[in-house]
Design a protein around this ligand. Structure first.
Ligand SMILES: [Zn+2]
Ligand SMILES: [Zn+2]
Length: 236
């Protein structure tokens, strides 16, 4: 139990540090940096509200507690060998390692789509998902702004995976990096590559425009990484 509390505090600090560095860095880079020549479409600064940024930061700190609880569960279990995580590539082979990465991304996208639709049900929305929709014009600060119960559900999804599906430790780390970067891109508030959503390949990926629309219109674009489920079920 002592170790669990040690992990809890350590991960709370790491998650917060990651948030302030990445969300703060992206916010500064795309919204305030003097040299924005690399940005083709300007961020919607005229709609910026410092009040909603403050609310997003507050919720992200709350969400960090939920995520740290889940990370501490994983690490304590990993130490005692209770998870399905593995360290030697030879255990399952290189093809399993590659397939498991893409498989886990698809699985998460699928679960997220249906959970996200459930979060928008009137009986759950206020309790689970309202906080994330505080900002009608999302910024990188919104990327981790989740109500405590929603953050806990997302964290427990990760816990369930590491207890049931064998993942190489590098796959887990790559997966965490992918979801962090994707959350930032989805919440940029403007399209970094405006032509990409029209591209034959690009239209299969959730972009900043999709997710910005979702923050205003609750009946479309529920996906996390891909537009697959939105297209199939008429919410695109
Ligand atoms: Zn939503
Ligand atoms: Zn969002």
């Amino acid at each position: 139990m002592k170790l669990w509390f040690y992990y809890l505090f350590a991960f709370f600090g790491i998650i917060l540090l990651r948030y302030f560095l990445l969300a703060g860095g992206a916010y500064w880079l795309f919204y305030f940096s003097a040299n924005k020549s690399f940005v083709k479409q300007a961020p919607p600064t005229k709609f910026l509200s410092w009040q909603s940024v403050q609310k997003d930061i507050f919720l992200s700190v709350i969400a960090a507690i939920a995520l740290a609880i889940c990370a501490a569960i994983v690490m304590t279990a990993y130490d005692s060998g209770a998870t399905s995580l593995y360290e030697s590539v030879d255990d399952y082979g290189i093809w399993y390692l590659i397939t498991s990465f893409f498989g886990i991304i698809f699985l998460q996208d699928t679960c997220y789509y249906f959970l996200h639709r459930a979060f928008h049900h009137p009986s759950l929305f206020n309790f689970l998902h309202q906080g994330h929709h505080n900002s009608k014009n999302p910024t990188p600060w919104t990327s981790s702004a989740l109500d405590f119960p929603e953050a806990l559900i997302q964290g427990l999804f990760l816990v369930a995976i590491v207890f049931t599906i064998p993942l190489h430790i590098t796959v887990l780390i790559l997966w965490l990096i992918t979801m962090t970067i994707w959350a930032l891109i989805n919440h940029l508030g403007f399209e970094l590559f405006p032509n990409f959503p029209q591209h034959w390949l690009g239209k299969w990926f959730i972009s900043s425009d999709h997710h910005s629309l979702h923050h205003n219109y609750y009946d479309r674009h529920y996906g996390l990484y891909f537009t697959f489920w939105d297209r199939l079920l008429g919410t695109n």
